[in-house]
Design a protein around this ligand. Structure first.
Ligand SMILES: Cc1cc2nc3c(=O)[nH]c(=O)nc-3n(C[C@H](O)[C@H](O)[C@H](O)COP(=O)(O)O)c2cc1C
Length: 165
């Protein structure tokens, strides 16, 4: 992997997030967990290049993200779609997902990401906020997406490094 700048990224953010999907990976007490995500964004905040990520309270990965100052966002090539589905349907509470997947973790500045990634963002947490029912303007979204009151927590994370294959 070589380090590139955000400006050198030649990708469509809508495809990258919504179609390719992402893996959020973080470390806690020397253990690593990962989950698939397809909602979020990238942009600029407080004069920094950032990503906006959304994690529901019941995700095991949330414990890792909350415990750590940093996390990675890995984008895998299409041939790993099966693994992306696996990481997005099974919880690390029940299985050692990374071990079972056969994929490998490597690190950049102590932050774990996937060796198989075609693109990886090394990120530092800047801001965290739980979504609240009363903040929804389009109330339909509550009924549609939060029947269990499991509102996402939003994290704004600074993109510290972009690694590209
Ligand atoms: C395509 C796809 C996208 C997903 N996007 C998100 C997301 O943005 N936020 C979230 O909290 N869960 C999302 N999930 C669900 C988690 O990946 C899933 O619940 C996973 O099993 C959590 O694993 P964990 O308990 O080990 O953290 C998504 C799942 C899939 C398949």
């Amino acid at each position: 992997m070589k380090e590139i700048t955000c400006e050198e990224l030649n990708e469509n953010a809508f495809d990258l997030i919504g179609k390719d999907w992402m893996l959020f990976t973080a470390k806690k007490d020397g253990k690593v967990n990962t989950m698939t995500a397809s909602w979020g964004g990238v942009g600029v905040m407080w004069g920094k290049k950032v990503a906006f990520i959304f994690i529901r309270p019941q995700r095991y990965t949330k414990e890792f993200v909350d415990a750590s100052g940093e996390l990675s966002i890995s984008i895998l090539p299409e041939k790993y779609r099966k693994e992306l589905n696996y990481f997005g349907t099974v919880s690390g509470r029940d299985e050692d997902k990374i071990k079972k997947s056969g994929l490998e973790i490597t690190e950049c500045d102590g932050v774990p990401y996937f060796k198989e990634a075609r693109l990886a963002f090394i990120c530092k947490k800047l801001y965290k906020q739980d979504m609240k029912e009363e903040c929804f303007i389009e109330k339909e979204n509550i009924e549609r997406w939060y029947k269990n009151n499991d509102y996402h927590t939003m994290y704004v994370v600074e993109i510290e490094k972009v690694l590209s294959e």
